[in-house]
Design a binder for this molecule. Sequence first.
Ligand SMILES: Nc1ncnc2c1ncn2[C@@H]1O[C@H](COP(=O)(O)OP(=O)(O)OP(=O)(O)O)[C@@H](O)[C@H]1O
Length: 250
Amino acid sequence: MSTSHRNVLEIENVGFSYHTRANFGRQHRIEALTDVTFSLRHGETLGVVGRNGCGKSTLLKLLSGIYRPEKGTITRHCKSVSLLSLSVGFDQLLTGSQNLVLSCMFLGHSRRDALRHHDEIVEFSGLGKFIDEPVKSYSSGMKARLGFAVGLTMKVDVLLIDEVLGVGDESFKRKAVNAMRERIDSDQSVVLVSHSLNRLRTLCDRVIWLEDGAIKAMGDPEDVVDQYMEAMEDSESVGNRPAQAAREAG
Ligand SMILES: Nc1ncnc2c1ncn2[C@@H]1O[C@H](COP(=O)(O)OP(=O)(O)OP(=O)(O)O)[C@@H](O)[C@H]1O
């Protein structure tokens, strides 16, 4: 974990809402993030914790560029940001192999470079002959394996990981955790969303606790995880969220 003082991502006063159509076509606005400010340093592993629906996945989608902030700014001082998540965006009609190449190119690598790493990625994914089948025939676990293999084999400046360690069977999980640890021990910059408090404590340099779309605490992993655990013990359940109800108004 060799953290430097150079920022690779700067997030300033970022806000984001979802707009959905409720009954009779009325617009329903869900404020997923409000006034979020932090930065990711080069080489740092930054954990994100928070209860279901607090905005963790939305934050990663904003950091990866899939969504644009509604308010505030995200500045990237880097070339490639890769989001490893359970719902990776593959072209359903193309084969795993074709998607592999496209994903590498999407991360800024040349086609030649993608082809050079092709077999290594297939080996990591453990997909075997399924790599030549269309992705529409894949289970969600198989898609996640492919996305994870691309993201961990190809070099990227920032790796965003969304609960992906929970995916697959035990042997793939072990392989994935080991590959991730290797990355973390190198100078890879990582944002890790996890419900595993132990992983956040042991793998991260800093942790952010998100509550109702805002940063409740940020800093030393032990301190932040302890505060979060105390709050979880005090509250009853996911349903006990008056602030969320207020944010969903009109
Ligand atoms: N596509 C969407 N359309 C409408 N609302 C959404 C959408 N995705 C997320 N939300 C809402 O935005 C808020 C934040 O959701 P998000 O998925 O970012 O939370 P999360 O912390 O990642 O949750 P979890 O831990 O369950 O994965 C929630 O209130 C959720 O219901």
